[in-house]
Design a protein around this ligand. Structure first.
Ligand code: MN
Ligand code: MN
Length: 300
């Protein structure tokens, strides 16, 4: 076994906290609600239940596919008639679970939300120990295409681990040539994205960054930058974080300069926001599962 009983139990607790937080967050997602309120609500639900956010709550609107969280003092609101993807993660003692869902305020795109969900469900229904990742990708792609949509080809699911969101194995959302297999006892996040049939079906980097991670804990000349970096290392380790989470670590009038020094010295780096290459709306669904001999256990 890859994980002992105690580790599996921590994954299960992590998944339970995430599932309950997701369900309590759902009714809160409405048109014209400030995105920062959704992010903070999601993260506070997780903390209240005894977990820690494994990464900032992502709120990605329409063609924005992933990696948007509110920057400090974000004024953006959920646009009317938008398709909103909420992606959240929990860790308990480092054991990560990851889930996502779509909320749609445009009736035209409702079936695209279902297509991503059906792709996820088809993968969950068939995954088992020693199944090839390429076969999982084929099943997801077929399901989404059968419903008249297109999967995003360059985003994948992933194995998760302790303090690791991407633990080395990718689960493709399209047919792909690979001999890699999923293993019994290993934990994976499966996350199909669906877009319109006439879309490019891939994402591109957008220059803006709102989510960061520690690259290297190095000696900084600035005392404030050093203090900020120490806080990041102690609180988030290798896991992604939001600039919002650094409030009150150092005097607020020193924050921008210190944060920019960390970026410039490459002690931390940002994840670019990912946007569908042809600007088409995207839906997403995601669960974390433990693979069993003949199936899987959904943790989230
Ligand atoms: Mn996710
Ligand atoms: Mn994921």
């Amino acid at each position: 076994m890859l994980y002992d009983y105690e580790a599996i139990e921590k994954f299960r607790i992590s998944g339970k906290i995430l599932r309950e937080s997701r369900e309590e967050l759902k009714p809160f997602i409405q048109e014209n609600i400030p995105i920062i309120e959704i992010c903070e609500k999601a993260e506070s639900l997780i903390r209240k239940k005894g977990g820690k956010p494994a990464f900032p709550c992502n709120v990605s609107i329409n063609e924005i596919t992933a990696h948007y969280t509110s920057p400090p003092k974000d004024k953006t609101k959920i646009p009317e008639r938008s398709l909103v993807k909420i992606d959240m993660g929990v860790h308990v003692d480092g054991y990560v679970t990851d889930t996502a869902f779509s909320v749609c305020f445009n009736p035209e795109h409702m079936i695209m939300v279902n297509a991503a969900q059906d792709g996820l469900q088809a993968a969950i229904n068939t995954i088992h120990a020693d199944m090839s990742t390429s076969k999982i990708g084929t099943i997801i792609e077929k399901t989404i295409r059968n419903r008249g949509f297109r999967p995003i080809s360059n985003l994948t699911g992933h194995s998760v681990g302790r303090y690791l969101i991407h633990a080395g194995t990718s689960i493709p959302n399209v047919q792909q040539f690979s001999f890699k297999k999923v293993k019994e006892g290993q934990v994976y996040a499966i996350e199909p994205f669906a877009t319109l049939p006439n879309a490019e079906g891939r994402v591109e980097n957008y220059p803006q960054k709102t989510i960061y991670r520690l690259v290297k804990n190095k000696k900084m000349k600035s005392l404030y930058a050093q203090k900020l970096l120490k806080y990041i290392d102690e609180n988030f380790k290798t896991l992604p974080f939001a600039e919002r989470w650094l409030k009150n670590v150092i005097p607020s009038n020193q924050h921008n300069q210190a944060f920019n020094l960390l970026l410039k010295s490459k002690a931390i780096s940002g994840y670019p926001i990912l946007v569908e290459a042809s600007g088409k709306t995207v839906s997403q669904a995601e669960h974390t599962v433990i693979v069993k001999k003949d199936g899987c256990e959904v943790l989230t």
